[in-house]
Design a protein. Structure first.
Length: 388
C-alpha cells in the first residue's frame, strides 16, 4: 500500500507473486486497485497448492491455460488438479510429464485413470528426477507409457545409475546422448558403467566436448584413455578455452596426436570473458592456434580493447577488416574506433555504413567524429551488399 501511495510501478507479476505465496488478501486488494493480471496468476496459485486463490481468481475471470493443470501436477497438488480439470476444457500431455517430473505417482495415476494422455517425456522426466517407482509404474501399464533414448540420457544426466540399469534391463533404447549427458554433468561412474556394457553404450565427440564445458579434466582423461579413445574435435579445445581452462587446453594439445583446434578457439577467448592468458599460450605454440579477421571483430564486439591491441602487436599481426570497425561502432566504442583508424595502415572501414550505424544507435559523438574523417580508402575490393 505504501509503495503504491508513492507511485511505485506494478504489473502482472504483482498478482502472480501474491498468488504464488497464497496471499489472497493481497491479490484482492491489488485487483481492487486495478493491478493487471494474466494467466500466470492461476499458474502460480496452482503451483503453490493454493486452491482458494485459484478459485477466487477464476470467479473473477482471471485467464488461465493448460499450464495451470501442469503446475498443479508438478507440485503434487491433486486437489487443485482435480478442481482445475473439472473446470477446464481439455487434457494435455504436459500434465503427466510434470507429475512424473515431480515424482508424484498418485497424481500421475489419477490423471491416467481419467484419460489424460502421455508421451515419452513422462518416462524421461521421471528418469531425470530419479523416480524409479514412477518409471516402473508408467511402464507397467497396459499399454505401457512410451519411452525413447531420453529416458537413459536423462537418468545419466541426473546421476541415477539404478534408474539407468533398470531401463536398460527392460530394453530402453540409448545412444550417444547417454554418454554425453553423463559427461556434461560430471558423472564419471555413470559413464564408466555405460561404456562397460556389452555392447558398450555408443559415444561421439560430444562426450569430450561436454567434459570440457564442465571443466572436468578427470572425465576427459578417462574418455581419451580408453581403447579406442573417445573421439574428439575442435570443440574440446574451444570450450576449455572459453572458460579460461588453460590446464585442460594444454593437456589436450599435449596428447599424441593433439586435440584439433581452429580459429574459433582464439575467438571464444573474447566471448568467454577475455581469457588473454589462454590466448597468449595458444599463439606461442608451434604451430600456433590459427586466427583470422573474425578474431579482431569479436574483440571489438566485446569491447576487449587491450586484447585487440595485443593481437595487432604480434608478428605478423592478427588480420582485420571492415567488420572490426563496424563492430566497434555497434558497441559504441569510440576510443577503440579512433585507435583502429589511427593505425598505420588504418583498419579499413566503410564510412557511410559507420555513420549510418552510429546514427541509428544514437552514438552522436561517434557520428560527429566519423563525419570529419576522410572518405573510404579500402585496401581491397569489398562487396557492400554482403556487409551486415
Amino acid at each position: 500500500k505504501w509503495a503504491r501511495e508513492h507511485d511505485c510501478p506494478w504489473d502482472e507479476r504483482t498478482c502472480a507473486s501474491a498468488a504464488e505465496g497464497g496471499h489472497l488478501d493481497v491479490l484482492m486488494w491489488a485487483r481492487e486497485h486495478q493491478c493487471p493480471w494474466d494467466k500466470l496468476t492461476c499458474g502460480y496459485a496452482a503451483a503453490g497448492g493454493h486452491l482458494d486463490v485459484l478459485k477466487w481468481a477464476r470467479e473473477h475471470d482471471c485467464p488461465w491455460d493448460e499450464r495451470t493443470c501442469a503446475s498443479a501436477a508438478e507440485g503434487g497438488h491433486l486437489d487443485v488438479l482435480m478442481w482445475a480439470q473439472e473446470h477446464y476444457y481439455r487434457w494435455s500431455e504436459h500434465i503427466c510429464t510434470y507429475a512424473a517430473a515431480g515424482g508424484h505417482l498418485d497424481v500421475l495415476m489419477w490423471a491416467r485413470e481419467n484419460d489424460c494422455p502421455w508421451d515419452e517425456k513422462t518416462c524421461s522426466k521421471a528418469a531425470r528426477g530419479g523416480f524409479l517407482e514412477v518409471l516402473q509404474e508408467a511402464r507397467g501399464q497396459n499399454p505401457p507409457c512410451p519411452w525413447d533414448k531420453w529416458t537413459c540420457a536423462y537418468a545419466a544426466a541426473g546421476g541415477h545409475l539404478d534408474v539407468l540399469k533398470w531401463a536398460r534391463e527392460h530394453d530402453c533404447p540409448w545412444d550417444e546422448e547417454t554418454c554425453s549427458q553423463a559427461a556434461d554433468e560430471g558423472k564419471l561412474e555413470m559413464l564408466k558403467w555405460a561404456r562397460g556394457q556389452d555392447p558398450p553404450c555408443p559415444w561421439n565427440e560430444d562426450t569430450c566436448a561436454y567434459a570440457a564445458t564442465r571443466r572436468d579434466l578427470d572425465v576427459l582423461k578417462w574418455a581419451r584413455g580408453q581403447d579406442p579413445p573417445c573421439p574428439w574435435d575442435t570443440r574440446t579445445c574451444r570450450f576449455a578455452a572459453a572458460r579460461g581452462n588453460l590446464e585442460m587446453v594444454q593437456w589436450a594439445r599435449g596428447q599424441e596426436p593433439p586435440c584439433p583446434w581452429d580459429a574459433a578457439c582464439v575467438e571464444v577467448c573474447a566471448t568467454g570473458g577475455g581469457q588473454l592468458h589462454v590466448l597468449k599460450w595458444m599463439r606461442t605454440q608451434e604451430p600456433p592456434c590459427p586466427w583470422d579477421s573474425r578474431t579482431c571483430a569479436i574483440m571489438a564486439t566485446k569491447g576487449h580493447f587491450e586484447i585487440l591491441k595485443w593481437l595487432r602487436e604480434q608478428s605478423p599481426p592478427c588480420p582485420w577488416d571492415v567488420f572490426t570497425t563496424g563492430h566497434a561502432t555497434q558497441g559504441g566504442h569510440l576510443e577503440m574506433l579512433k585507435w583502429l583508424r589511427g593505425q598505420n595502415p588504418p583498419c579499413p572501414w566503410i564510412k557511410t555504413i559507420i555513420c549510418k550505424v552510429a546514427a541509428e544507435l544514437g552514438h552522436l559523438e561517434m557520428l560527429a567524429w566519423a563525419q570529419e574523417q576522410p572518405k573510404d580508402v579500402l585496401p581491397y575490393p569489398f562487396n557492400y551488399q554482403n556487409t551486415n
